[in-house]
Design a protein around this ligand. Sequence first.
Ligand code: S3P
Length: 190
Amino acid sequence: MRYWTVNRRDQSIALVGMMGSGKSSVGHGLHRRTGLAVRDTDEIVAGTFEMSIPEIFAEHGEQKFRDAETEALRRVRTEKELIIITGGGIVLRKENITILRNHAVTVWLDGDEETLFARASGKQNRPLLQTKNPRKTFSQILAARRPLYAELADIRVDTSALTAEEVAVAILAKLKRTDPKLKSPRRKKK
Ligand code: S3P
């Protein structure tokens, strides 16, 4: 299956969703299946600071990270037909949402809370979860963001019981089913 048979116009495919939703693995799965180049906003930000994400949070704070994240997205906007992997907080800024709306078909990788938390807490590289009660923090962040992901996304995939490869296949199948002739395809939810 070739990319141009499944995607609309020359848009990119952007992956959004909570920490632990598998955006990175799924993004690379999509890359293998479509041949599209991958841009990962976390990687771009880490490259800009020449530091890991936890180091950026510790030394510069979250706001500087968010500024750099938006700047990364502005850079990505200048290219077409990409797989864009985003950080879980990309939906926190209106400018980010506008860029994603105009530039990409946005796919929300969702899942049940326990599964997402188990995946997200497996690695110690999430500064926002370095709290006394990471489980509660995760729950609060997820509750605040779910409506934002839902509002933005063209497509939602429940990743709870799927491997990253299965999610990639599901995304491509859903994109293929999207009618390119629809006048306002991006408002056609899920
Ligand atoms: C964040 C998620 C992280 C990273 C940063 C902030 C968030 O990316 O951008 O730690 O606000 O949810 P992942 O979603 O890839 O973990």
